[in-house]
Design a protein. Structure first.
Length: 294
């Protein structure tokens, strides 16, 4: 029995197969709403190919209201999983098997409960130029303002599986902060429809490009958001910048103050760039990320 629900729309021609997933983390809501809308709208409108929609990969995590399921494993770090492991490992195995069947892949995310993310589309800087070019083309077609290309060597992710099998793939991030942004849902729906149109799978008049910035960072570990500007100790995080702001190396991104108020540490920007992820949950534990700069 499948560990998550799949909604499949097929035509007489099963190429290309586009897979779109949401809810890899259980606290990312815009992505789930987007898939629900696509399930309502798309049957009967596909001209060719096969479309697989997964409204929530990590069902147990969603029902717990958490990023992770009860085993506390991050589904985006353990792929290809293990069919005989804990719930997350089993889901990771099933998700990886599904990704391998796709010709193109879109994985929708948000910042979840504790973070907010500047609307962006990301892809891996694949060593195969053809896969890289196609992934970049998908990212541009999705049509969010910011595009981020990062290290292809990071293991355990859904993108890692697509990369391993040479499948052009993108992920998207859009706000979060424990809310479900109507604008985010709308932009995700339009992004998916744009890609379907570009692939010739449906009739779609392509909109004017909204892409303003493309950043490619080939450094090892780029794209690993969870290690950026970690807190020095448990405490209360106060940011000094907002999403989309431009910062310079050495700027004070925010402070962490112990809950008793006795000690304060400054978080110093380690590079120039744009603030693309901001912690919105004020309580922070030692070692947890606070701000991501692209």
């Amino acid at each position: 029995m499948s560990l998550f629900n799949k909604f499949v729309i097929e035509t007489d021609n099963d190429y290309p197969h586009l897979l779109i997933t949401a809810g890899v983390h259980g606290d990312e809501f815009e992505s789930i709403r987007c898939i629900h809308t696509l399930i309502n709208q798309l049957p009967g409108n596909l001209l060719k190919g096969k479309l697989t929609l997964v409204p929530c990969v990590n069902t147990e995590a969603f029902l717990l209201g958490n990023r992770t399921a009860a085993d506390e494993l991050d589904l985006a770090r353990i792929c290809p999983g293990d069919p005989n492991g804990t719930i997350t490992m089993r889901v990771g195995h099933e998700l990886s098997q599904l990704i391998r069947t796709a010709d193109y892949y879109i994985d929708l995310h948000t910042g979840g409960i504790r973070f907010s993310v500047h609307p962006l589309t990301g892809y891996l800087l694949h060593p195969d130029q053809q896969v890289l070019d196609c992934s970049k083309w998908l990212a541009k077609s999705f049509n969010l303002p910011f595009i981020w290309g990062t290290d292809w060597r990071l293991p355990g992710r859904s993108m890692s599986i697509a990369c391993e099998y040479g499948i052009p793939a993108i992920y998207a991030e859009y706000l979060g902060g424990a809310q479900c942004s109507e604008e985010g849902v709308s932009d995700y729906i339009n992004g998916c429809l744009n890609v379907l149109g570009r692939l010739g799978m449906m009739n779609r008049v392509q909109p004017e490009s909204r892409v303003k910035t493309i950043v490619e960072d080939p450094r090892r570990g780029s794209g690993h958001m969870q290690v950026c500007h970690p807190a020095e100790f448990d405490g209360f995080f106060t940011p000094t910048y907002s999403l989309g702001d431009t910062v310079q190396q050495g700027d004070v991104l925010g402070t962490v103050r112990t809950i008793d108020g006795r000690y304060t540490s400054k978080l110093i920007a380690n590079q120039n760039g744009t603030v693309i992820v901001l912690r919105t949950f004020s309580m922070v534990r030692k070692g947890e990320a606070t701000v991501v700069i692209a």
